[in-house]
Design a protein around this ligand. Structure first.
Ligand SMILES: [Zn+2]
Length: 313
């Protein structure tokens, strides 16, 4: 032990080592690198206050800030058979599921709820990219069917927030079967004359963009969202050409007629209210008359359905 190893080296190391930031207080923007105070970010619906980059927002938090007074009721989704292919990569599929459930506090990659938005009763579904990349398996198929059936029972519009890395490979062909299945669910809504609005969030890719995510009566996207079937890297390698700037991003798709709107998340609720009230032949919304969305900080710890969900009926 000497002075150099005990004193000088740690001192030098501490000068160069990155300063540790408590995870729960600050979040770094993936786009501009700004450190954002957690509370400020939550109040801004997880949109960077510096560059307007739209970050991940969990389905439950999205619903809390979407529905009037933050009140909504979960719609139950029938459980599919678990791991019918006995799939295993580095990990067993059931173990992966359990890990995702622990990390997100949710049962699966899609949350379905009913409630009111600007006094318009709706059914809403939101996909969770943090749950195994929001992959579409049998549960997600069941969730969309349950959402469509509930919307038909109650004669309400369905609003769906999509986010997905594609089909769930652990369920093989059974996950691909969800493409026609969810398309049938959307058809059921159409037969009933009920509006189906899709909000595409970053990223929505793969089989999801080949089925329910592109079948909305109105297609809205969040700014900068990547929306594609095959990603830019795959296409570039296949056609061996440089792709244009912003290719497959929301704004590019809007310019090329694939979307109806690109809407900032902070204006999304108002826009959905206007569209829904129009489609439901209700008078235009008067700001002061409408209830506010849920606000205030997210309760501590993992989302607990019992704590956050308030019955609306
Ligand atoms: Zn930023």
């Amino acid at each position: 032990m000497n002075w150099i190893s005990n004193y000088v080296r740690p001192k030098i190391n501490s000068l160069f080592s990155r300063r540790e930031v408590p995870e729960n207080l600050w979040t770094k923007c993936d786009e501009c690198g700004t450190m954002l105070f957690h509370r400020e970010l939550t109040d801004n619906l997880n949109v960077c206050t510096n560059c307007d980059h739209h970050m991940y927002l969990s389905p439950r938090e999205r619903f809390r800030t979407l529905f009037d007074g933050g009140a909504f009721k979960d719609v139950s989704v029938p459980a599919p058979p678990q791991d019918p292919l006995h799939f295993r990569d580095q990990k067993k599929y059931p173990d992966r599921l359990k890990q995702a459930q622990r990390e997100t506090g949710e049962r699966e990659a899609m949350l379905v709820a009913e409630g009111e938005i600007g006094l318009v009763p709706i059914v809403a579904a939101a996909q969770d990219f943090n749950f195994m990349a929001g992959s579409m398996g049998m549960y997600v198929g069941n969730a969309i069917l349950a959402a469509a059936e509930r919307a038909i029972d109650l004669q309400r519009p369905l609003v769906l927030f999509a986010a997905a890395g594609g089909a769930r490979m652990q369920e093989g062909i059974l996950s691909l079967m969800q493409m026609p299945r969810t398309t049938v669910a959307v058809d059921m809504l159409r037969d009933e004359g009920l509006p189906y609005i899709v909000v595409l969030t970053n990223p929505t890719t793969g089989g999801v963009t080949a089925s329910y995510a592109m079948l909305g009566d109105i297609q809205i996207a969040e700014p900068g969202a990547l929306i594609c079937f095959a990603g830019p890297r795959v296409i570039e390698q296949t056609i061996r050409e440089k792709l244009p700037e912003g290719f497959q991003r929301a704004e590019y798709l809007l310019d090329h007629g694939m979307l109806d709107r690109v809407t900032d998340r902070r204006k999304m609720r108002d826009e959905l209210i206007s569209i829904l009230r129009m489609l439901r032949h209700m008078p235009a919304a008067v700001q002061g008359d409408l209830p506010a969305p849920g606000d205030g900080p997210m309760p501590e710890g993992l989302p607990q359905p019992e704590r956050q969900t308030q019955a609306t009926s």
